[in-house]
Design a protein around this ligand. Structure first.
Ligand SMILES: NC(=O)c1ccc[n+]([C@@H]2O[C@H](COP(=O)([O-])OP(=O)(O)OC[C@H]3O[C@@H](n4cnc5c(N)ncnc54)[C@H](O)[C@@H]3O)[C@@H](O)[C@H]2O)c1
Length: 451
């Protein structure tokens, strides 16, 4: 089934050796992470957080715990979230932070040295670029934009300003993910011919929710920003925007980027040559968007196929039926001539050898709870990258490539055919309709950044 979606709606080329060297570098950085040797270990950076929702607060907690932040300021268009985050800051450092509704005013008045961006995806590019142009180093959440053109524009701004951009792909530094990568690269899995990335979660039919007035203290118009101005609906904010294609890219743009990035971190190839995706809403039901009520509109299941030289990568997600028939509900299976490696999240990694004589091998996850992440390591690497003037572990360029893979999957699904991708030129070959979907039309007065 094809998803019927309305259409309106100077990192060097890293070869495997370069990659291994960069792995070794980041492994060394990580093992010493809590004891970062800084030029001046007492140096504290003026820090701002834009987007004080669930994940923004998680990042800020780790940033402040590192002891390297000062003069924290906060920005959110929802005064309720802003207040909760301000209380968190004041509990942690005993002083009330400055708060803002408009990120442009915060950047102008506070002139932060570090800016954390944890807003919905349709804001990542504009806010990252504004922060970079103000001279700040940026820690921005994945994906690196809402579409390919935005993501390219962030990469360009980062390189033009010579600033560090760490993307929130904490799996790049997570210890069990790194050891799985070493296991794969040791040849223990054999020749890997196929990789399957996936997330399966339970669910069912989705009934519409009534639109309502935005909560008091919320600037909904500014929340929508460059995206379409939909009626407010608690299904969208907070958090639910991921499943609304005006602001997110469904499961592929959310979960997918992490696992596609793990594959790009393992292979010495930088991009697929061809992409095909199909998707639908067979269980959730047709999307509803009226003046009275709304459902989400992202697919409830999707398959995307990425052709690489020598192996095939698939992405699949379901928002029903979970995956109880198999052991794992999230992660990546690497299928090799010597067995299958499952690289998971809270379940660590497990290697299932072919045949019956080999021993199953397993390593537990090493993640922080709540929420199962490795933000402490990622933040430490961010600060170290700034001080050592090197690229961070989740640098904007590889993160851009992982995000682009997700965007290409969504474009293929929208046009209903496979795409030939020229990754060196970052062009979809011979398909003007698909090419048009590499960018978007912004709502005035916002202007699409040029890439
Ligand atoms: N790396 C990870 O593992 C991971 C995990 C969870 C979330 N995330 C990412 O974190 C980001 C935030 O996700 P979330 O779950 O916290 O979403 P959320 O909806 O809970 O929070 C987003 C916040 O941004 C605010 N916001 C929206 N527009 C804004 C603007 N123009 N200026 C300032 N604030 C604005 C919202 O009001 C809200 O408080 C997303 O990009 C998501 O992909 C990453």
């Amino acid at each position: 089934m094809r998803l019927d979606l309305a259409m309106n709606t100077s990192e060097p080329n890293l070869n495997r050796r370069g990659f291994l060297q960069s792995c070794a570098l980041s492994t060394a950085a990580i093992s010493s992470a809590p004891f970062v040797r800084a030029a001046d270990p007492a140096r504290r950076y003026k820090t701002a957080l834009i987007g004080t929702g669930w994940w923004g607060k998680n990042i800020l907690r780790e940033a402040m715990a590192s002891g390297r932040c000062q003069g924290v300021s906060l920005c959110d268009v929802d005064a309720n979230n802003l207040e909760v985050a301000a209380d968190q800051v004041s509990d942690l450092n005993g002083s009330q932070p400055k708060t803002y509704k408009d990120y442009r005013e915060l950047l102008d008045k506070e002139k932060p040295e570090l800016v954390i961006i944890a807003t919905p995806d349709h804001w990542h590019a504009l806010q990252s670029i504004a922060a970079l142009r103000s001279g700040a180093h940026v820690f921005v959440e994945k994906p690196t934009g809402h579409n390919i053109q935005e993501s390219r524009a962030v990469l360009k701004a980062a390189r033009a300003g010579d600033r560090v951009v760490q993307v929130g792909l904490h799996r790049r530094v997570g210890p069990h993910y790194q050891s799985a990568r070493r296991f794969l690269q040791s040849g223990a899995v054999g020749e890997v011919g196929m990789v399957r990335c996936f997330v399966h979660q339970g669910g069912g039919k989705e009934g519409p929710s009534l639109n309502s007035a935005p909560p008091e203290g919320m600037d909904w118009e500014l929340w929508c920003g460059p995206g379409p101005l939909r009626p407010f609906n608690s299904r969208i904010h907070p958090g639910g925007w991921r499943q609304f294609l005006d602001y997110g890219n469904g499961q592929l743009g959310d979960w997918g980027v992490h696992w596609l990035d793990q594959v790009l971190g393992w292979t010495d190839q930088r991009y697929p040559k061809r992409v095909y995706s199909t998707a639908g809403r067979s269980v959730r039901g047709a999307a509803i968007h009226t003046a009275k009520e709304q459902t989400s509109d992202a697919p409830d299941h999707q398959v995307a196929v990425y052709d690489f030289e020598g192996f095939t990568l698939t992405w699949e997600h379901r928002m029903f039926a979970e995956n109880r028939a198999e052991k794992h509900s999230v992660g990546a299976y690497f299928y090799g001539s010597k067995g299958t490696l499952h690289l998971g999240w809270k379940d660590g990694w497990t290697f299932y050898p072919t045949g019956t004589s080999g021993k199953t091998l397993h390593e537990d996850a090493q993640i922080q709870e709540p929420d199962g992440h490795n933000l402490k390591l990622l933040w430490a690497d961010f600060i170290e990258a700034i001080e050592q003037k090197r690229k961070p572990a989740a640098d904007i360029e590889p993160a851009h490539r992982a995000s682009v893979m997700a965007f290409l999957g969504m474009i293929s699904c929208k046009v209903g055919r496979s795409l030939v991708w020229d990754g060196d030129r970052e062009e979809i070959v011979g398909d003007p309709q698909a090419t048009a979907l590499m960018g978007a039309t912004y709502r005035a007065p916002w202007q699409m950044p040029s890439a």
